[in-house]
Design a protein around this ligand. Sequence first.
Ligand SMILES: [Zn+2]
Length: 357
Amino acid sequence: MAATSEQRAAREAKLDELHEKLTSAVEQLVSGDDWREALAFSARFRSRSFNNTMLIWVQHQVAFDAGRVPEPFPTLVAGYRQWQGLGRQVMKGQPGYMIFAPVTGRFATATPSDSGSWRRLGPREKPKPGEVVRSRMVGARPAYVWDVSQTDGEPLPATPTPVLLEGEAPAGLWDGLAAQIRAAGFEVVSVADEMAIMGANGMTDYEARTVSVRENMPPAARVKTLAHELAHVMMHDPDDVEVRQHRGIREVEAESVALMIGAAHGMTTDGYTIPYVSTWATRADDKEPAQIVQATGERVRKTALAILDQLDTPQLSDGTPLGLERDTPTAKPTRAAARQLEPDRPHAVPVLAGRGL
Ligand SMILES: [Zn+2]
């Protein structure tokens, strides 16, 4: 149904209002003590080398297949004593995952610029006066780490987790969004579960020209994901030099568009969208998360309008309150709480991400 110019103007105003609400909801969420505490907590987990990440993934998969861990993808991983330091204990019968820990040696020299002059110091040896000391990696040794799901003890600091939408999808919305994705030259693929797409709900692959959405979610969550992926298709082609933003900004944009598409069809997506956008906005830059969200407003609104214009689904007209309630979602219990510290989980896992996710 073609919109009149008044309807368009009213819709634009509504989308602006919605975006302002999203921005303030993000601001409210990330300014809370819980959020800060959880960020400080997750900062204590160092990122690991690619090889170690792969080792952890593979061994976690084995543990999952053997029924020792409840989720197929690892979340927070730390050594035995590190877990103890965090008030948690590795549970009986949980073997650790082997990784390679760097072994470093101390080297000293009085003439740092002469690379041949460095000598390795013994375990307790002190440098001579005037010598400079540096540590260097000299080898690797096996070390063991455990996923949080293999430990119990004190609860982890938690920020709200994106909660999957429940219920039915608005009539015709899936088909309308899928048609736009196809028109952009992408194939829409339904995959059985998150295992097929690296733990994500959906994935856009610019090289293969596919948009995948997992089947094992409620229809409302699937259609919201499809809207998110359509936004990626329209906004984030990696060949377009103008859109090479930080991954965090791309995710903020795609999910904000999804919120608007949902809202125009009477869906409230905030239980998923607010924590998701907040998490990615927190990672995106050194700016305040709310500023990041604010700055994407124009591009987000433009994309949402372009998508809505192409849909002939029944949409809410002006004056009807759109989605996004003021309440921010509450934190889930421990296991779920551990997940949001790995913010890619609801969407995609970063370590393997070479292509557009
Ligand atoms: Zn995404």
